[in-house]
Design a protein around this ligand. Structure first.
Ligand code: MF3
Ligand code: CO
Length: 251
């Protein structure tokens, strides 16, 4: 599938989807506390998304059974919410959510510390978030796709963390996953030339330890192979001639 350039109308719809998604994340951040289950987070997220007459895009996507991916500690992404999995003080919790507004998608992820967390965990969360912002400094028309990948890699590498390679960011629009794939690690080629109207989900996934990941028997939950903590940060962005517009962040 070719990389699509969105029309002004499509961009408006994606802006609206992004605002609703940003609001959903902001509400979930306030909701997370020790004692709730990962399923409570999913239910709350779904309720917020549906209150805007939006559809949670992950629900039933390739058979994924929930609206919000909740990935705790060594879970990298795609954790399945479960009423028996109780959040506790010191956990780090990655929430990944998607909304569909009038046929258009927005996709974003955040990682939060619950109560008091270790300095090492806090640093991982901060570096993962910052790596997104370092990457998108290069997300403008005329640059190449892998300028983003290389900037994320160059920023993260000195911390000694493992950059997940088995999962990547992606184009987004009328589908959750569109071309191109967006790796978060160094590429030897340049990749496609970025053009105004491209919409991308940039989503670094970073492990404190090694980069290797594995899939649990549920066929969804991705965990670090070495059991180390992992963080995830993602937004849907719009390429312009100048600074990218972060569609899924309300400021
Ligand atoms: N942000 C995730 C991604 O881009 C979406 C979760 S996939 C789902 O892959 F299957 F859980 F929906
Ligand atoms: Co995504």
């Amino acid at each position: 599938m070719a990389v699509t350039i969105k029309s002004a109308r499509e961009i408006e719809l994606m802006k609206e989807a992004g605002k609703i998604l940003a609001y959903t994340h902001d509400e979930l951040e306030k909701f997370i506390r020790p004692g709730i289950s990962t399923l409570d987070i999913d239910k709350k997220g779904e309720e917020i998304i549906r209150s805007f007459d939006c559809i949670p895009s992950f629900l039933n996507y390739n058979g994924y059974p929930a609206s919000i991916c909740v990935s705790v500690n060594d879970e990298v992404v795609h954790g399945i919410p479960n009423k028996h999995h109780i959040i506790k003080e010191g956990d780090i919790v990655s929430l990944d959510a998607g909304v569909i507004y009038k046929g258009y998608h927005s996709d974003a992820a955040r990682t939060y510390g619950v109560g008091e967390i270790s300095p090492e965990a806090a640093k991982l969360i901060e570096v993962t978030k910052q790596s997104f912002f370092e990457g998108i400094k290069f997300a403008k028309a005329g640059n190449h796709l892998y300028d983003i990948s290389n900037a994320i890699d160059a920023y993260v590498r000195p911390f000694g963390y493992g950059i997940v390679q088995d999962l990547v960011g992606h184009g987004i629009g009328s589908h959750l996953h569109e071309d191109p794939e967006i790796p978060n690690f160094r590429q030897r080629r340049k990749g496609i030339k970025l053009q105004p109207g491209m919409t991308l989900a940039v989503e670094p996934m970073i492990n404190i330890g090694r980069c290797d990941v594995e899939w649990l028997d549920d066929d969804w939950t991705v965990v670090t192979e070495d059991g180390s903590l992992s963080a995830h940060y993602e937004n849907t962005i719009l390429i312009t001639e100048g600074e990218p517009v972060i569609l899924s962040l309300n400021i």
